[in-house]
Design a protein. Structure first.
Length: 317
């Protein structure tokens, strides 16, 4: 996982949100594009005959959509603060939300925070939370949940301490404080890219009091929720718990393949609808398609399954 390079000037050090709808659209952009990208069109041809053109209308979606995460490590945890493999981060990104998110071009956009800004010194950042957000069980997301999650991400082993540990020293609980609906973060030194760092998966928001060592997936505020997690099969069933994905699929079955060979078999048999992975996995799986057959997505869609802050360009683009 990589943070935005310090050599790139941030687009803005503050953000004022015009409306709740604008924030919701920005927060949904990643997930909605991911769901739309999974509507597959299969185009087959035989011998030297011309390929059959893809239908103009979007194909119907399978339910659940079966997604393979190939050569992306194991689904060894769904705890945002501990997730380090690309496979785990992929699921965390869909199940949880953060203070801010990333837009199509990598720009910081509102998520649970509707506005943010630093003070004149650049040391103190204030994030104003949007009221009315909830976890998948219906409980409200509170400032206490946010402060707890940020402190937890800095304390537990994972990428959180790597990304912000030297800037936010919260051992005494004084660097991250609650002020009404605001979260105030005090840095050890000015850092203009704090919002970009907070858009990373370790800083996903979980309910206050979430155990450090729970085997169960922490509750999330994202638009998909975990229905089942089979550690032996490396398989997770996800369903939409809100009506946010009006035209997208409502359920996914995500399976991690540490090697490409079984994924190739699953794709060839039709038991896998889509796959994500680094370049080597893409080459192997694409080559497994029957001769004269290609797999395509409807025009105007992009692959957005994996978090935008993943380092591998084959995954992140």
């Amino acid at each position: 996982m990589s943070a935005t390079s310090a050599e790139v000037e941030p687009l803005s050090t503050s953000w004022q949100q015009p409306s709740r709808n604008a924030k919701r659209r920005a927060a949904l952009r990643l997930l909605h594009a991911a769901s739309m990208s999974l509507m597959l069109a299969w185009v087959a041809c035989e011998g030297d005959s011309a390929p059959t053109p893809a239908p103009e209308t979007e194909p119907s979606l399978p339910s659940p959509v079966r997604v393979g995460l190939v050569e992306m490590g194991e689904l060894n945890t769904l705890d945002p603060a501990r997730a380090v493999t690309p496979a785990s981060v992929t699921v965390v990104w869909q199940v949880h939300r953060r203070l801010v998110g990333l837009g199509d071009n990598g720009e910081v956009v509102p998520d649970l925070a509707e506005s943010w800004s630093p003070d004149e010194s650049g040391l103190k950042w204030t994030f104003h939370l949007h009221a009315g957000e909830t976890f998948s069980d219906g409980h409200s997301v509170t400032p206490e949940d946010v402060a707890f999650s940020l402190r937890r991400a800095l304390r537990l082993p994972g990428y959180g301490a790597t990304l912000l540990g030297s800037l936010v020293e919260d051992g005494q609980g004084t660097s991250i404080i609650i002020a009404g609906q605001d979260i105030v973060i005090t840095l050890a030194e000015p850092f203009a890219f704090l919002p970009e760092r907070l858009a990373s998966s370790p800083f996903s928001i979980v309910p206050a009091g979430t155990p450090d060592d729970s085997e169960a997936p922490p509750l999330g505020a994202g638009f998909l929720q975990v229905q089942r997690w089979d550690r032996d099969l490396q398989e997770i069933a996800l369903t939409s718990w809100q009506t946010a994905l009006e035209s997208g699929p409502s359920s996914f079955l995500v399976r991690a393949y540490t090697e490409s060979t079984p994924a190739v078999s699953a794709l060839a048999s039709g038991s896998l609808h889509w796959f994500e992975g680094p370049g080597s996995a893409r080459t192997a799986l694409t080559a497994s398609l029957p001769q004269g057959t290609t797999m395509a997505t409807p025009a105007g869609t992009e692959i957005r399954i994996v978090a935008l802050n993943m380092a591998d360009p084959e995954i992140a683009k």
